[in-house]
Write a protein that binds this ligand. Structure first.
Ligand code: ADP
Ligand code: ZN
Ligand code: ZN
Length: 849
């Protein structure tokens, strides 16, 4: 038997399957979707089996054998393997990159280099039948050399770490032995998880102690310092191996810091249920409201017909979308099929998980990034073992290896986090629709504020109506909150007027009084401070100098705990400056996260007020998010203050006031979706108020009270927003009136980059001229449209010392943009390989930087 294997070398020449022999002893274990270790050139690589056959078109005598099978059960299945091929074509990425994106991080290829005694080194003595290369044998052996060789021979193979901890300072000798061929490298494929126990590292002292300890270390101990500062900010345990990957520190460094008593290395059980021990009260289906019944009916009917169809469920906040999801899933499970629920990472709060676990119990697996690698791996395996029927998770849960998928639900479908920003730059919504189409499954896109792209594709009416475009979505609407609860009353406050009236506080008089009323009535308040736009940069108040990264054209971010300045693009970290690097003034200070300042101000205005602050600083610790929310729910605080995290998905009965400190922060971003994002955020956060018996009230503070996104959000008027926004998009030629592709090229030298950018753009245009006659034919009603903009410098013109230029394609209609991009990119292979040009292609970009 022969297997076709996609190997782990993301390059054009290897972006095709290679044939291997499946040795008889491995046959039972190799299936389509299996991970295998295969010889490739001088190395052993991980690969995925994408085909199996009794015959091969290659010369079978020249083929090599599969060396290892890495799983008892293939982690992927034939359908996912095909989906990876589709992703590779659609998103212009290598197939291996798509396959790797589908599996949990724990299963990603990891190679281990180990040192062995070279087979024919002549050191083994004269009885080596293969003889030996002359030179090495003649060199005299020092006692140290002998000891090293004996050590390796005794162990079979060793890692560099093992070697150096046994023979500290033997680095140069080791290098020489490898060069002389007395020792050799051996590379093996290794699972990140192959043991039930894992070594984890955790801080053994509090953040302050770690920071001051790091200050006392000698200047040379850079790695140790880094390690201490890392744990000062991330107090949760980290697997030792992950630490090595993340920070590049060796086990030796960890060990010496642990010996000083600042860190602890422990063995921990990794295969465990993240929700074990938590009891989820079982819930029964609720009697549906009329609107809920109205939208569930066409979904259930489509499921019953085993049809593929996409529904866009536009339901106002509090209209009871979750109950619709739950009952649709029940229908799907009753048919013996499986369901995937995607929610934004941020909404994966216990509240959301509880609703699904409460209804379907142990049939639910949960996947999100706050689980440890082991936990995620374990949840993933439950799917393969068919122990679960429902997966709820963030973006990558769309790749759950179900074989009988009936339903995919995407909650808050407009969320940008469904788009992956690194390769493969896929959008989970598009992947879901493609996967469902192949499986005859139903997709439900739910939102109170659907994305313009989805809304434009939807048509109202019954599912499967005649004459409807097969790719269009069916629009379902729920316009009322459950039990006729009113939407909250929204006040828009003009901050310019406040200033005129002499109010210099960040709280308008209206919001101030509203908070005061809540305190008196023992009701709760949610305050949103949009973090974007409020960064934590360090600025000189004398000369206005902002501390920037020397390698990237972006300001450094201040980290309070470690008092360091970091670059979020290249990871550079340096101590906070005492004086201005530009004018040497001492008036250099950092401009805080905003949330901290709001918290301080609240304390001054309302002495004794209990505030829970939720932002990246207070939620970095594992489980912190959950703890803060449960404290708020049990009314241990009056105010929940936070960034976007507080805007979504929360459902607390006593929250009757929502305040938006500054609504404009997103509005002025250089992004054509700025108004849409503002409208969505305001609508979502307003939707947190008055969801139960008590009516809600919302204050939106802004400097631009007349902007249509703010006016329409305050009137809960999605349709009016849509009209204005669509008009703007039409005039300026943005989605949904066309599709976009963003191509970013980067290089260390500007001249080469400019040449490459110009040539890329002109090749695209030429390619289109060749395609155009064919595209325009075929009875298409609309003329296809294709335009290339740029090259121009990117909004962040330099990252990690590489300059960046971008081209933008806008197109519409019958344009085979994938083929065009693949063909154009292929013409640059040479430049990419030889001159280290980097090309990044983002199809339907969400971020235009
Ligand atoms: P959405 O996701 O649309 O904002 P939720 O699904 O969170 O709204 O529902 C809002 C509230 O209404 C929740 O507390 C939920 O338990 C409740 N609810 C939903 N459907 C019903 C129903 N049919 N009868 C009674 N309460 C319901
Ligand atoms: Zn940088
Ligand atoms: Zn200065």
């Amino acid at each position: 038997m022969f297997a076709q294997v996609i190997v782990d070398v993301p390059a054009k020449q290897t972006n095709r399957p290679f044939d291997y022999i499946v040795p008889p002893e491995l046959r039972t274990w190799v299936g389509i979707g299996s991970r295998v270790g295969v010889p490739f050139g001088p190395r052993t690589l991980q690969g995925f089996v994408v085909g199996l056959a009794e015959a091969t078109s290659m010369d079978a005598s020249k083929l090599k054998k599969i060396e290892q099978v890495l799983d008892l059960m293939p982690p992927l299945n034939p359908e996912l393997v095909q989906l990876a091929r589709w992703m590779s074509r659609t998103y212009i990425c290598h197939e291996i990159t798509a396959l790797q994106a589908m599996i949990p991080g724990a299963l990603k290829a990891k190679y281990e280099k180990r040192i062995t005694v070279a087979e024919h080194n002549g050191i083994n003595g004269g009885d080596d039948p293969h003889g030996a290369p002359g030179q090495a044998m003649l060199l005299p052996e020092s006692p140290e050399e002998q000891a090293i060789l004996a050590f390796v021979r005794q162990k079979g193979s060793v890692t560099t770490d093992m070697m150096l901890s046994r023979f500290p300072g033997a680095g140069p000798l080791l290098k020489r032995l490898l060069e002389q061929g007395k020792l050799a490298w051996e590379q093996t494929v290794k699972d990140r998880l192959n043991a039930k126990k894992l070594l984890v590292v955790e801080p053994a002292a509090d953040a302050g102690t770690l920071v001051s300890a790091s200050g006392r270390l000698p200047a040379g101990a850079k790695r140790q310092k880094e390690l201490l500062l890392f744990f000062a900010e991330h107090p949760e345990p980290v697997p030792l191996a992950e630490l090595t990957d993340k920070l590049g520190v060796g086990a030796g460094t960890v060990k010496s810091v642990a010996e000083k008593g600042w860190l602890a290395v422990k063995e921990r059980e990794v295969f465990r249920d993240p929700y074990a021990g938590k009891a989820f009260a079982r819930t029964a289906p609720l009697p549906l409201t009329e609107q809920q019944r109205g939208v569930l009916k066409p979904i259930a009917e489509t499921l019953d017909r085993r049809d593929h169809r996409v529904f866009l469920l536009h339901g106002v906040t509090g209209s009871g979308k979750t109950e619709v999801y739950l009952q649709a899933i029940q229908t799907c499970l009753d048919q013996g099929r499986e369901a995937i629920v995607l929610v934004p990472e941020i909404s994966l709060t216990p509240q959301m998980v509880e609703r699904f676990k409460g209804r379907f119990g142990d049939a639910v697996a949960v996947m999100h990034s706050r689980l440890s690698q082991g936990e995620r791996y374990d949840e993933w395996r439950k799917i393969g073992l068919k122990r679960v029927k429902v997966v709820i998770g963030a973006r990558s849960a769309i790749f759950a290896p179900f074989e009988n998928l009936g339903l995919v639900i995407i909650d808050e479908e407009h969320e940008a986090s469904y788009k992956q920003e690194e390769s493969p730059k896929y959008h989970a919504r598009d992947v879901a629709i493609e996967r469902a189409a192949r499986q005859g499954a139903v997709v439900v896109l739910g939102s109170a504020t659907p994305s313009l792209e989805s809304y434009a594709k939807s048509v109202s009416g019954k599912a499967g109506r005649d004459g409807e475009d097969a790719s269009s979505y069916t629009l379902l609407t729920m316009s009322e909150r459950v039990e006729g609860r009113p939407l909250p009353e929204v006040h828009v406050v003009d901050l310019r007027e406040e200033l005129k009236a002499g109010n210099r506080s960040m709280f308008s008089r209206g919001l101030y009084e509203a908070i005061e009323r809540r305190l008196r009535r023992n009701e709760q308040t949610v305050l949103l401070l949009n973090r974007r736009g409020y960064s934590t940069f360090v600025m000189c108040r004398s000369c206005g100098h902002v501390v920037q990264c020397p390698h990237c054209d972006i300001s450094l971010t201040y980290h309070q705990v470690s008092r360091t300045m970091r670059c979020h693009y290249c990871g550079l970290s340096q101590p906070e400056p005492k004086t201005c690097p530009s004018c040497e003034s001492e008036h250099i200070r950092y401009f805080g996260t905003g949330t901290q300042r709001v918290e301080e101000e609240l304390g001054k205005l309302f002495p004794g007020i209990r505030v829970i602050r939720m932002d990246v600083d207070t939620t970095s610790e594992k489980g912190a998010h959950e703890k803060l929310l449960s404290r708020f729910r049990s009314k241990q605080a009056d105010v929940l203050l936070g960034t976007q995290m507080v805007a979504k998905g929360l459902d607390f009965p006593d929250v009757t006031l929502v305040g938006v400190i500054a609504a404009d922060t997103v509005l002025h971003l250089p992004d054509f979706r700025a108004a849409e994002k503002t409208f969505q955020l305001l609508t979502q956060v307003a939707g947190r108020a008055g969801r139960h018996k008590l009516p809600g009230e919302v204050f939106i503070q802004t400097y631009t009270p007349d902007h249509y996104s703010i006016v329409t959000a305050s009137g809960h008027n999605y349709e009016a927003f849509l009209d204005s926004e669509l008009e703007m998009r039409r005039q300026r030629g943005y989605p949904p009136y066309c599709e976009l592709v963003l191509i970013t090229l980067s290089h260390e030298q500007v001249p080469l980059l400019v040449r490459a950018g110009e040539s890329f753009a002109s090749r695209l245009k030429q390619g289109w001229e060749r395609l155009r006659p064919k595209a325009a034919g075929g009875g298409q009603t609309e003329e296809p449209y294709f335009e290339v903009y740029g090259p121009v410098a990117s909004p962040i013109p330099r990252i990690k010392d590489r300059y960046r230029f971008q081209c933008m394609i806008k197109y519409r209609g019958n344009v085979d943009v994938s083929a065009l991009l693949a063909e154009t990119a292929a013409a640059f292979d040479e430049t990419v390989r030889k001159d280290k040009l980097q090309i990044s292609i983002d199809v339907n970009p969400q971020v235009l930087m």
